[in-house]
Design a protein around this ligand. Sequence first.
Ligand code: PEP
Ligand code: MN
Length: 335
Amino acid sequence: MLILLNLKTIRNDIDLIKETIIRYNCIPHEIPGEIKLAIGVTGPTNLINEEEIRKMKSVEEVIRVIKKYKLVSREMKEEDTIINIGDSKIGSKDTTIIAGPCSVESKDQIFDIAGRLKEMGINILRAGAYKPRSSPYSFQGLKEKGLQYLDEVKKEIGMHIVTEVKDTDTLSIISEVADVLQIGARNMQNYSLLEKVGKINKPILLKRGMAAMVEDLLLSAEYILAQGNYNVILCERGIRTFETSTRNTLDLNSIPVIKKLSHLPIFVDPSHGTGYWDKVSPMSLAAIACGADGLIVEVHNNPDKALSDGSQSLTLKRFEKLYSKIKEIVPIIHN
Ligand code: PEP
Ligand code: MN
C-alpha cells in the first residue's frame, strides 16, 4: 500500500499516520524522494481500513500495490533513486564505471591496477577479498590480508571500494573497508545476508542470480529495502541458458525491463556476463546504449596470470581504449 501525502505535511501528521499503520501490525516506510511525500506500507495490508487512512489529515491518496515487490517498484517511487558514491551520482544521467580485478592477489597487483585506473579517471575499484568460487579447490581470495590491501589502496590512492560479502560472519569487517558491498550472484537469494545488509547504511550492489528471473532479483532487493536500506544498485551479470559459446548469456533485455518496473539503478557486468575478454567491449557499449546506469568491469595487469577470471579480464590497455569509447557514446545516449 502506498499513502501519498500533501507536500506541506508536517512531521506530526506523518507520525500519526505511521502510528496508525503500526496498530494494524504493518510497517510504514517513509519513501525518500523529492517530488512526492509518500509512505509505503508493507505487511498484512489487507487488514487496514483504507477509509480510516484516507480520512486522516494530509493524506491525498491511498493506492494498493498489486505486485509482489513493493518498495522497489515504480508505483511506490516514480523518480529514479540516485546513490552517491564519492562524486558519482549513480542512477542520474552519469554513467559510472567501476573497474578492477576479480580478486585482490597481492599488494603489488592491487596497487598497480588501482594506480593505473585512477590515472585514467576511474574512482571506484572493484576487487574481491573473499571469493565465492564454484570449486572448493580454486583460489578463495586473500581474505583479511586482501581487505587490508584494499584499505591501503583506498587511503593511499583515493579509490572507493566495491568488494563482495559472501556471508554474515565477515559482514562487519568487510563493512569497515567497503564503500559498496557486493552481493554476488550465488548469494542473491541468501535472505539472512540480504536482511543483514538491509540494516547497514551502505550502498549494496546486488547481482542477479544465474538462474533468477527479473522478478526474483527485484524481490531480493525488496528484502534489503524492507530493512530500511534504500541504497541498492541492481546488477545484470548474465544468466545460464542452453548457449555454451559464452560463459553466461548477458540478458540486456533486463535493463529496459527493470527501468520500467523499478526506480533502482541498474548496472551491467559484461565480464561475468560473457566470460571472454573479447566480448566485454562490445557488450559494454551495448549495455550503455540500452540504458544501464553503469558498468562493473574486470581489469587485470596480467590476465594470463590472474588467479581468478583471467579469461574475461581486460588488460589495462584494452580497458583504456574501451573507456575512451564509453566517454564518446555517453553524451549521445543521454541526449
Ligand atoms: C565477481 O564479481 O567476481 C563475481 C564472483 O561475480 P558473480 O557473483 O556475478 O559471479
Ligand atoms: Mn570474477
